[in-house]
Write a protein that binds this ligand. Structure first.
Ligand code: BES
Ligand code: ZN
Length: 614
């Protein structure tokens, strides 16, 4: 009895310990075990097939053994068809694990026994499927110029694994190279050294010498042209977009200079931007050396270029010092919003950047009322959830105000020196929230209750104040309108002809709780021509009010906006607002049926959730 009892208890204890040990090494959102075997370099050899909507070829991974007793390499994949795995002449055994709804499948490869004289290069022959979530395959009709097909990737947060078998965690960095074959009339670009002209063979070679995490792997293929902006910057886009793109980005080189002046040398050699077709689901994505951007920032007045400052800032916060896990996402985004604001202040002045800060604060306060408490800590807990859930105003804007509070507390001079040192010291490394706080406490005598910001809900009382006379005037104008003044009167007494996009955003957002009547909507539209605005930010804010007030004359504009661009930030609030009424939901579904095939999976999976379809 005692023996039969004791053995299972011991066995249980032992396996329990083992499991704890395993769990301690496990990374959130990845099957990889870089503590055992880690990928140091990736070489991609792929051909791009628009007919089949398929990338096919091989990924060769150079790996390093960390635990010499383990002869297994574990990678992340999702929806990949693996054909064969080899090392030199030897075929290797491999297996795909069970499908996890969030994470996809682990690819486990049995490696040859460790040999200190040989570096392991593991070749994986594979192909993607048309449904690969990172990839959007556009027909010619879905592009701006409607002549050629287009392909682009979006790897952040955990979609790299849908087009490359890799250790898909921000805790691992690798260098990469690639040889990409595309149809001869198209050009390929990547988050790496890039061509500036098409070549007749359709074969392009790339190299990224600085080690990067997998979420920064990126590629775009299309009828691209390049135009220089400055000595180390330029822009890629479809031919008809080139002139507008070049004009809008005229301040790019100044931004790079301002950023370097603030926080140290730009470490990636070139900084280029590519404007993608309008279905790109984000405003921007900080792919190293080549920011991916939405064409919806081409406002014609340079009013939306803070987005470029933001993606450029990621060249330090995020791409140099990288959030270790997606729970530490604020280290990427909060720092980047802070840095973006500093670049904007340096170039356009404090009055301008304070307007941006005010809009940021208002957005944050609104969003805080809607989120679950736990999701309002800076340090997130995204276990068993899609890391996309962490993309809220908390990481971005609570993160920003936390850093701004620290700046105001210790003074700009000390603070800037600290941040500059931080980027230099941890360059090309990943960082946890705890690591940052430790470094902060050791190097800055701030004497501040950090925990109230990082490990607590909401916005602490010592949140900095934002003062902007400009937007205070705008708020007064909105009040006057609600008090009965006509739009024409507002126009003349506030000289709205001089207002920027940010003034208009503030003006329109003041009405979100106002229940505007149809007559008021008509008056605003007649005088300020909102339904005809070519500015995406103003259009978005206006259309939200259009839905709220059921202002029918702008319904057609709403439809065209929802079917002509796929930026999730614009789609989500509008579909959500529509879905609030029964009639609105029916219209939303009608519009979505037409629009969905044009959206990237990042946007369509969010809207699917809102409308309860698929
Ligand atoms: N890295 C983000 C985009 C992202 C975050 C993609 C998480 C996937 C998962 C990018 O830098 C970003 O923040 N873009 C913003 C623009 C910015 C000005 C706030 C966007 O796209 O709205
Ligand atoms: Zn960002």
């Amino acid at each position: 009895m005692s023996i039969t009892f004791r053995i299972p208890v011991l066995a249980l204890l032992f396996s329990g310990l083992l499991r704890m040990d395993l769990a301690a090494q496990e990374l959130p959102h990845s099957f990889a075990r870089p503590d055992q075997v880690v990928v140091k370099h990736l070489h991609l050899d792929l051909s791009v097939d628009f007919e089949e909507k398929q990338l096919a070829g091989a990924a060769t991974l150079t790996v390093e053994r960390r635990d010499k007793t383990v002869n297994q390499l574990r990678l992340d994949t999702r929806g990949l068809d693996i054909e064969a795995v080899s090392c030199g002449e030897a075929e290797l055994d491999w297996a795909l694990g069970e499908e996890d709804a969030q994470l996809g499948k682990a690819l486990t490869i049995n490696l040859p026994k460790y040999d200190s004289l040989r570096s392991d290069r593991i070749k994986i022959e594979y192909a993607t499927r048309p449904s690969a979530e990172a990839l959007q395959w556009l027909t010619p009709e879905q592009t701006t110029d409607k002549q050629y097909p287009f392909l682009f990737t979006q790897s952040q947060a955990i979609l790299a694994r849908t087009w490359v078998p890799c250790q898909d965690t921000p805790a691992v960095r690798m260098t990469y190279s690639a040889k990409i074959k595309v149809p001869a009339e198209l050009m390929a670009v990547m988050s790496a050294s890039n061509p500036q002209e098409k070549n007749a063979s359709g074969i392009y070679k790339f190299e990224m010498k600085q080690p990067i995490p997998s979420y920064l792997l990126a590629m775009a293929v299309g009828d691209l042209q390049f135009r220089e902006l400055g000595p180390r910057s330029g822009v890629y886009c479809e031919p008809s977009v080139l002139r507008r793109a070049e004009w809008e980005l005229a301040d790019t080189e100044r931004m790079i200079e301002a950023a370097e002046e603030l926080y140290g040398e730009y470490r990636w050699e070139r900084y280029d931007v590519i404007f993608l077709p309008s279905s790109f689901p984000f405003g921007g994505m900080e792919n190293p050396r080549l920011t991916f951007a939405t064409p919806t920032i081409l406002a014609g007045d340079r009013s939306l270029v803070a987005l470029i400052a933001h993606e450029l800032a990621h060249s330090w916060s995020g791409n140099l010092v990288t959030n270790s896990t997606w729970n530490d996402f604020w280290l990427n985004e909060g720092f980047t919003v802070y840095f973006e604001q500093r670049i904007m202040e340096a170039i356009y002045g404090r009055q301008y950047s304070e307007m941006l800060a005010r809009l940021t604060l208002d957005g944050l306060l609104a969003e805080l009322t809607e989120l679950d408490e736990r999701d309002t800590w800076l340090k997130l807990d995204l276990a068993n959830r899609n890391p996309d859930d962490g993309m809220t105003a908390v990481a971005y804007d609570k993160g920003y105000f936390f850093l701004r509070m620290l700046e105001e507390e210790v003074g700009r001079e000390k603070w800037d020196a600290f941040i500059k040192r931080y980027f230099r010291k941890f360059a090309f490394q990943s960082m946890t929230t705890e690591g940052f706080l430790q470094y902060l406490e050791a190097n800055l005598d701030a004497g501040i209750n950090l925990k109230a910001w990082v490990y607590s809900a909401g916005l602490p009382d010592n949140c900095p104040e934002v003062k902007t006379d400009e937007l205070a005037k705008v708020a007064q104008a909105a009040k006057d309108f609600l008090g009965g003044q006509s739009a024409e009167r507002i126009q003349s007494s506030y000289e709205t002809a001089d207002w920027t996009t940010h003034h208009w955003n503030h003006f329109l957002r003041s009405f979100k709780t106002a229940d505007l009547s149809i007559a008021q909507m008509q008056d605003l539209d007649a005088v300020f021509k909102f339904s005809r605005s070519g500015n995406s930010e103003i259009t978005h804010d206006w259309l939200w009010l259009v839905i709220a007030a059921e202002y029918k004359p702008a319904y057609l504009r709403l439809e065209t906006f929802l079917t002509s661009q796929g930026r999730r930030k614009f789609l989500q609030p509008l579909y959500q607002k529509l879905a609030e009424t029964e009639e609105g939901l029916i219209r939303a579904k009608e519009i979505y049926t037409i629009a969905r095939p044009g959206y990237h999976s990042v946007s369509s999976s969010t809207i699917d959730g809102i409308l309860g379809v698929e």
